[in-house]
Design a protein around this ligand. Structure first.
Ligand code: DGY
Length: 426
């Protein structure tokens, strides 16, 4: 590809955040390997170093648990700059890891790497990863959907990857907080507190970690006795897409194992997703499985329905109206939460800011479903944000200012693979 200046900066960020086969999301704020960050990093590497791209995913699976779960953080070593570190999670995993997972985008990434690679070595690497991906998806469909509802739940807002989204407010309000004085946050030493989850949220995050540790992170214990269990439209859509990609990967690798099982998961999800449709807000919303209550507002992950391959027309039209409402209310697409809601907070992490990676998934889905104008707007805005502000963790949808961590791996990766004028991938 013909590189522009920002391409070169993005490549430099990936190389700087490389810790020897895996990438940290950004120095200091997130000093370990994070699950979905790493998968997106692999896509970025694939634009200039395919071998390194495969390595990123292979190192992610070094943290896979015997039951198939792929943890959201692989620590490898402690770092006093981050809280909560491995001793707080108490998982006894080797290498040390956190105790729950994160959105499973890796199968979709492996399919893309395999399509791009075409070499015998690439086929070998995809073939070796396939059973690991299959085991991880199986874990999600059982551990996080124990009643076979067809929607995937999270045991902690951190598992959704969207920590302080208003999606979790009501469910989190029922969690007994841990005393703030009993621990010291590190995140607010790196980033302004106004851009991070509140103290009250953190006290509840820590309380869920305490209960997970008491459950030894066993899924049944967490689902039954943990204080938080809520179905997540984000993970449900990401997994639905990842299942389709895993099936396509199996077919192109000529692997028979898993076909029927994956097809069943997809069918179950297509039937189950109705449970998350919320007519009052015109979209798919989170569902607290402890109380049966739906979250009352729309977050940007609702717009992953197209990416997941759901195109049922009446709902798709309503969703497109919702997306247009988001875009009319904010100059930069796509705010992570409804910009017309009282809960919208334009700089606070997942309560309003734009995330380039989510845009790339929404944009791909829109393009595939033929919503070309909306897809173009999402990609154009992402490009503009990065050109104006740089490779930030997230962006203010009103002013375009960058927020959170800088020199951010997944923003750089998203630029290279999708947002840059020189990107070849749609
Ligand atoms: C953090 O440390 O803020 C992460 O989002 C948890 O995964």
């Amino acid at each position: 590809m013909a590189m522009n200046d920002l391409d070169e900066q993005a490549v430099a960020i990936l190389r700087t955040n490389d810790r020897g086969g895996f990438t940290v999301p950004t120095a200091r704020l997130y000093p370990f390997q994070w699950n979905w960050d790493s998968a997106f990093a692999a896509l970025g590497f694939s634009t200039f170093d395919l071998d390194r791209a495969w390595r990123e995913i292979e190192m992610l699976f070094e943290g896979q648990w015997p039951d198939g779960m792929v943890p959201h953080i692989i620590f490898r070593r402690d770092d006093p700059d981050y809280f909560p570190g491995p001793s707080v999670w108490g998982t006894e995993a080797e290498p040390p890891t956190s105790g729950h997972s994160q959105p499973p985008v890796a199968a979709s990434v492996v399919r893309m790497l395999h399509d791009k690679d075409g070499s015998e070595a690439g086929t070998g690497r995809a073939t070796a990863l396939y059973p690991k991906l299959l085991a991880w998806h199986r874990w999600f469909h059982t551990a996080r959907d124990p009643d076979g509802r067809g929607v995937i739940a999270v045991v902690h807002p951190w598992e959704s990857g969207r920590d302080n989204s208003p999606d979790w407010d009501a469910a989190l309000a029922n969690v007994e907080p841990t005393a703030a004085r009993s621990y010291v946050r590190r995140d607010t030493g790196h980033v302004d507190a106004s851009m991070r989850p509140t103290q009250s949220d953190y006290d509840r995050y820590m309380s869920i970690v305490d209960s997970g540790r008491a459950c030894r992170w066993q899924p049944a214990c967490m689902a039954d006795t943990g204080p938080f269990f809520a179905a997540d439209p984000g993970i449900t859509f990401v997994l639905m897409r990842a299942d389709r990609d895993l099936l396509a990967l199996a077919e192109s690798l000529d692997i028979a194992e898993g076909h029927e099982e994956i097809a069943d998961w997809i069918a179950r999800a297509e039937a189950g997703i109705d449970r998350l449709w919320n007519d009052a807000v015109g979209g798919y919303t989170a569902l607290d499985l402890k109380t049966g209550k739906s979250a009352g507002g729309l977050s940007s992950v609702a717009f992953l329905a197209w990416y997941a391959g759901l195109v049922e027309s009446a709902r798709a039209d309503k969703l497109a109206d919702g997306l247009r409402r988001f875009l009319d209310a904010a100059p930069f697409a796509v705010p992570s939460f409804d910009p017309t809601s009282a809960k919208f907070d334009r700089m606070r992490y997942w309560r309003g800011p734009v995330w380039a990676v989510i845009n790339s998934l929404i944009g791909r889905g829109l393009a595939e479903a033929g919503h070309t104008k909306l897809a173009d707007r999402v990609r154009r805005d992402t490009r503009k944000l990065i050109e104006r502000a740089g490779f930030f963790e997230y962006f203010d949808p009103q002013t375009g200012a960058g927020a959170g961590g800088g020199n951010f791996t997944w923003t750089a990766a998203t630029w290279l693979v999708w947002a840059s004028p020189s990107a070849s991938e749609v």
